[in-house]
Ligand binder design. Structure first.
Ligand SMILES: Cc1ncc(C[n+]2csc(CCOP(=O)(O)OP(=O)(O)O)c2C)c(N)n1
Length: 110
């Protein structure tokens, strides 16, 4: 039996486990990773603000996660446009193997 898996994460969370993309490729796993990249550990910033603290050490210097996925042999798509997003997600889900859609987003929206 096979299943399509759709996973969603932030860039910080994904960055902890990103080496596994090569495992997805090795075993031809049909996984679509939806990656919301706001260049920040946004939830932590939000918690710091909520506690009336300064936002501290939460910005990220990210690689191109779409390029990283491509370099592993997966389909990697970087998306900056809301209008093109549905098409990008549909393309990734239809891809018969691992795919990653890196959505460039705004940390202030958390
Ligand atoms: C394994 C693990 N380590 C650390 C945490 C603590 N943690 C919760 S949210 C977060 C940062 C999330 O940042 P990101 O993945 O970039 O998502 P965002 O909040 O920006 O959408 C961290 C480190 C956790 N939940 N699980």
């Amino acid at each position: 039996m096979s299943a399509t898996v759709i996973s969603a994460s932030g860039a910080g969370g994904f960055g902890q486990y990103m080496a596994e993309v090569s495992t997805w490729v090795k075993y031809g796993m049909d996984i679509t990773q939806v990656l919301l990249n706001n260049s920040e550990l946004g939830k932590i910033s939000k918690e710091q603000r909520a506690g009336d603290w300064d936002v501290w050490q939460t910005s990220l210097h990210d690689p191109s996660f779409a390029d990283f996925a491509s370099s592993c042999g997966a389909l990697g798509i970087r998306e900056e446009s809301r209008e093109e997003l549905d098409k990008a997600l549909a393309r990734a889900i239809a891809h018969p193997g691992p795919a990653l859609v890196e959505i460039m987003s705004d940390a202030q929206l958390i």
